[in-house]
Write a protein that binds this ligand. Sequence first.
Ligand code: SAM
Ligand code: SF4
Ligand code: SF4
Length: 352
Amino acid sequence: MSGADLDPTTPVVIRRGPSPVMPLTGPLIDGFGRIHTDLRVSVTDRCNLRCVYCMPEEGMVFSAREDVLTFGELLRVARVAHGLGVRTVRLTGGEPLVRRGIVDFVKDLAHLGFDDIAMTTNAMDLARLAGPLAKAGLTRVNVSCDSLKEDRFAAIRRRGDLATVLAAMDAADQEGLGPVKVNVVVLAGVNDDEVLDFAAFARQSGRVVRFIEFMPLDGDHSWTPSRVVASAAILERIDRVWPLERVTSAHEIAPAVRYRFRDGGGEIGVIATVTQPFCGTCDRLRLTADGHIRNCLFAEDETPLRDLMRAGCDDPAIERAIRRAVWEKKAGRGSDDLTLLRPRRSMSMIGG
Ligand code: SAM
Ligand code: SF4
Ligand code: SF4
């Protein structure tokens, strides 16, 4: 593979769209012309693990229960978003499977008619819930798993164990929630020696392993640039052993840039938000568990829908608030020059 092929960059849109005025009809468009069709819904900021790159080991402060949107409120926002052209939903958190009632929520969500309802999970409770979730209408899962070595897995995630997660991936595949995508946050000097092991795992299992760059969204505030392993370096390492070719075109809307093994052995992906962000085609908006719309992972400003809803607003008011939130999205990473700044909230509070 040539150096250019290894470059996961997608173009960054830097011009404002044709109209300086926010449209009140049509798709959810931002000021740069990006149309938003993907909604990430954080159903809780709580979690049963404490991954080093996400939460502090002790002392994490969670939202008060009354501040978290009820399933009815989450559903209402999803319904309005669907009416605004949102086609796909991803449930996340915190850990979505720790919220009681999640299966019924998926069932209700499925009735709204989205093209795809996915979930990102740490999979600690997935073996038990994969069947009910699939029956309720969940289409697929991404499972986070940062090491294939038991002791290292435990050290990174601080709680939980590898065997449970591997068994859950099998259960998800069997229940039709596959092929499971496997999210690996690569940390320099911690698990970056497992890149080839994970590539081999992708080849053996048929699962798509996605290598994610460590972002400054950790609750510990331990992120430094030196702890990031660039996606380009990961691709080079794999390509030397199993030659790769890029699947994703430069203009495709995708969080991960996809590569396949040239010998037909499967696929991997990279999420290069730190070294080569893909904001130019970003089509996502987020709803936090406490009811705020975020137009970017790194956004500083949020739109509070919970207070609006609890004050008795009608659906058109929610529509306008969502439109405004999307319209005000910056070029990328929460800014107009793509500067990477740590937002106030960490990953588990935003919904990754
Ligand atoms: N609890 C679920 C899980 O771990 O899959 C879903 C929520 S988690 C916040 C969503 C994704 O964000 C996971 O794949 C996780 O590995 C990733 N993540 C968390 N903190 C991160 C960070 N600082 N940098 C990059 N990815 C991160
Ligand atoms: Fe929990 Fe997921 Fe954050 Fe790990 S990455 S602490 S599993 S929310
Ligand atoms: Fe979208 Fe923000 Fe992520 Fe860029 S950093 S891809 S704009 S959410």
